[in-house]
Ligand binder design. Structure first.
Ligand code: RM4
Ligand code: MN
Ligand code: MN
Length: 426
């Protein structure tokens, strides 16, 4: 299913007067307080977030999986779904493939399809947390950290293979997330596991093309419940430094223990020029993978405040790879992604409204109250008309969710694909 431009523009016409009123009012207010509204809108229009190929079907838990029906059952259909999302939101201009869940069969056809949908291939993700059919070695006791050299070699070779697949698609980065760790005290020698991991990553890094980046993800627990080899940003940062200039830390919002100050981590990494990628989701307890902004929108804003500061003040840090990393169990995955994209843009827009000069002055004067007021003034602004304006400017829908529902997109997908089609992935 593909949307016609006229379906979007007809929909926008219906809401255009109301939008214009709301936008004019907000733009006037912002202009008066010294905000360059045009710049904010252009920044929003430029901001693109990759959709992972595993986020288009309903995920599950270890207790069960409930399909949302009409799920994409192959890569072509997955790209179609991202294409739909992108035409509605104009924010999802990239896709991030997970290998081996989504190995292209016909590279030219997939590239052509992505091109026609205006999609780029962002980071490719390797998978050494599951055993693959016919694999010689098992990852039950770890992959890059395994005590067995044969297992480590298999895991290294897989990552090198993923790079090759990514090269054929035009990707420029590899994301490594390791499930490696231990379930019981004494099971692993921490030092051996870490050294093995470092050496394995270096072997992968060696074959990384010059214009590529390696992203190293961290996570404190799950699926291992006693220790994880790359448990925190410090470990990831250390490994990235050991690999070299093209290796970076990747921050995934869900990979922190409750109450961790993620904004401070972001700021430290950007100062050191080592933040490479960012995975969005939200959580209350752990790696819950729920809709971005559904639980802690203020924390997301504070994180974006540091990201914006870093993007404006840290030329030593490269442009970031942004990706939504969530697997939802009970929502229509496309509706969920629309909500996530909106929440990301909202937090970004609010962060762009922070008066950085005023904040610096208040910080120098140790005016704690003023500091809080400056941040919260930006946070309390209803920026949705700015988001809608950015979408309008790029040919997206004024209200993507409303149009998705009005066009009964899920019903059409079910009709096209059948009720019980299932997506590969989690
Ligand atoms: C992990 C991690 C990775 C993602 C997998 C599916 O928890 O967040 O980024 O590739 O899940
Ligand atoms: Mn992730
Ligand atoms: Mn995760």
């Amino acid at each position: 299913m593909k949307l016609q431009e006229s379906q979007i523009s007809d929909f926008n016409k219906k809401g255009s007067e109301e939008h214009q009123n709301q936008f004019d009012f907000l733009a006037n207010t912002l202009d008066k307080s010294g905000v360059n509204t045009k710049n904010v809108i252009n920044a929003l229009a430029k901001f693109q977030v990759a959709i992972p190929s595993w986020a288009l079907g309903a995920g599950g838990t270890r207790f069960g999986r409930f399909s949302f029906y009409g799920e994409p059952s192959n890569l072509t259909q997955k790209l179609d779904d991202v294409g739909l999302l992108h035409s509605l939101t104009q924010t999802a201009g990239a896709v991030s493939l997970h290998i081996p869940w989504d190995i292209p069969e016909d590279y030219n056809a997939i590239k052509e399809q992505a091109n026609s949908l205006n999609l780029k291939f962002d980071a490719v993700n390797s998978n050494t947390f599951q055993d693959q059919k016919n694999a010689k070695e098992s990852y039950k006791y770890g992959s890059l950290s395994n005590t067995s050299q044969a297992v480590r070699e298999q895991a290294i070779a897989h990552n090198q293979e993923v790079i090759k697949i990514g090269e054929k698609l035009g990707s420029k980065s590899l994301t490594v997330w390791l499930a490696d760790g231990s379930n019981f005290p004494g099971q692993n020698n921490f030092q051996t596991a870490l050294s093995n991991t470092e050496n394995s990553l270096k072997a992968i890094y060696k074959t990384l093309p010059d214009d590529w980046k390696l992203f190293i993800e961290y996570k404190p627990y799950e699926p291992n419940f006693y220790s994880t080899v790359i448990q925190d940003w410090g470990t990831s940062f250390m490994l990235a430094n050991a690999c070299g200039d093209k290796a970076y830390t990747l921050v995934d919002l869900g990979h922190h223990l409750p109450n961790t100050n993620i904004e401070q981590i972001v700021s430290t990494l950007m100062l050191k020029g080592k933040l490479g990628g960012f995975h969005f989701n939200d959580s209350k307890y752990g790696d819950d993978d729920v809709t971005v902004g559904s639980i802690k929108p203020y924390a997301l804003f504070l994180i974006f405040n540091e990201l914006v500061y870093g993007m404006q003040n840290n030329p030593q840090n490269p442009d970031l790879s942004w990706m939504i990393d969530a697997s939802h169990n009970i929502k229509d995955p496309l509706e969920d992604l629309i909500q996530s994209l909106e929440a990301i843009q909202e937090a970004y827009a609010k962060a762009l409204l922070v008066d950085q000069n005023l904040l610096k002055e208040a910080q120098s004067a140790n005016d704690v109250v003023a500091c809080q007021e400056i941040l919260q003034k930006a946070y309390r602004t209803d920026v949705r008309p700015l988001l809608a304006q950015a979408r309008l400017q790029s040919g997206g829908a004024l209200n993507p969710l409303a149009l998705y529902r009005e066009l009964q997109i899920r019903a059409t997908l079910i009709q096209e694909r059948g009720k019980h089609s299932m997506a590969s992935g989690l």
